[in-house]
Design a protein around this ligand. Structure first.
Ligand SMILES: [Zn+2]
Length: 380
């Protein structure tokens, strides 16, 4: 066991309504020739808002498009674009994938990098690592970098105008943070920051959890009305900053390993990261033998948020034994974060816990008058 404790964080975090107008000002402290990475939809949303700020800061506006996933090929293409254009900072705008690809490319090209999420849909923006996927969205690897982004900037008006499913996904990703940090702290494992969890990271993870339980439902109401409210600001901070610091320096455990395993099942394709992570969180609670009340509260709350907590909602059934076995095998491979749990976890344990959540969540939902699960049909 390492006796070192470690915490890493981005150099600068900016959040607020119309923050995108200040992107140029903040970027000018980092570089003189930024390369902006955004797909066409995201670019349509941000271009107008950032242009004036770039002009005021005397920064050129240069943007390249982006596909759907942070694949090794997408990363290499961005490295080429940085070299060809002589850029000194790369800025990932949009969802987690564009941001992950920008970070990985910035590292390889040895320039600085910034994250500008346009939705609070995952905790990818703040960390010093990227998750690399195949064209089909299957997990390949984590890539680690020697430092975090120089800047993370999130405009809460853009978050308020994004579809509510993005905020739901971010809540699913962020709810796992405390559960996984708590498990890592109880065990012997190391965090993505390369040490044992600090007390600070655990406190941030706990604050993330508390803010989500207090504000998620009202924040979703705000997004459905396209309005920035204090509840939305709190949930954006929880999903982006607190979950980011909390997962990186507090530790990942079973929930994200099970998410990674689920990406191998074609039935789950088309689901967001946070939706799959939520299945991982509930499965982790079952694996831990968490108190019944804690498990039931989690099912009730995540159903109200609109997150899946049954196999049905991720396109699987309890009878899909071969798929569940494959998910469990992938989740328990050597080096996966599931081995940060404070007890040994086998693929058999994961199959049992995962299979059990169908009946468990159906019963709890029925007892609370909550809707029955609707089957997810994978996109092809
Ligand atoms: Zn995550």
């Amino acid at each position: 066991m390492s006796s070192m404790y470690a915490l890493s964080s981005p150099a600068h975090y900016v959040q607020g309504k119309n923050a995108i107008a200040e992107l140029g000002k903040h970027l000018s402290a980092i570089g003189t020739k930024p390369l902006l990475v955004a797909d066409d939809v995201v670019w349509g949303i941000v271009e107008k808002g950032l242009t004036e700020g770039f002009e005021a800061a005397s920064l050129p506006v240069v943007r390249v498009g982006f596909g759907r996933f942070a694949t090794p090929e997408a990363v290499d293409a961005l490295v080429q674009a940085i070299t060809d254009g002589g850029h000194d900072v790369i800025v990932g705008l949009g969802g987690g994938s564009a941001i992950d690809a920008a970070k990985a490319a910035g590292h390889l090209a040895e320039v600085r990098w910034a994250s500008v999420p346009t939705a609070a849909s995952s905790d990818a923006p703040t960390s010093a690592l990227s998750v690399i996927y195949t064209e089909e969205g299957e997990f390949i690897e984590y890539r680690f970098f020697p430092h975090n982004p120089d800047l993370v900037l999130i405009d809460t008006q853009l978050v308020a105008e994004a579809p509510d499913k993005f905020l739901q996904a971010g809540i699913g990703d962020a709810l796992a943070t405390y559960l996984e940090a708590r498990a890592t702290d109880r065990g012997q494992g190391l965090t993505m920051a390369g040490g044992r969890p600090t007390k600070s990271a655990l406190a941030l993870a706990r604050l993330c959890w508390d803010l989500l339980w207090e504000n998620s439902l009202t924040a979703l109401d705000a997004v459905r009305s396209k309005q920035v409210t204090p509840a939305l600001e709190a949930v954006v901070e929880a999903n982006t900053l607190l979950s980011g610091l909390g997962f990186e320096s507090g530790g990942l455990a079973a929930a994200h390993a099970i998410h990674n395993g689920l990406t191998a099942a074609p039935q789950t394709h088309g689901l967001t990261h946070g939706q799959k992570v939520n299945i991982g969180s509930l499965t982790q609670l079952v694996l831990e033998g968490a108190p019944t009340q804690e498990i039931e509260d989690f099912i009730v709350f995540t159903t109200r948020v609109g997150l899946p907590n049954t196999l049905t909602e991720i396109g699987l059934t309890a009878e899909d034994t071969a798929e569940l076995r494959a998910v469990a095998e992938a989740a328990t491979v050597e080096g996966e974060t599931i081995h940060n749990m404070p007890f040994p976890v086998t693929a058999e344990d994961v199959v049992a816990a995962l299979t059990s959540i169908e009946q468990l969540s159906r019963r709890v939902r029925a007892e609370h008058g909550l809707p029955e699960p609707v089957k997810h049909i994978a996109e092809h």
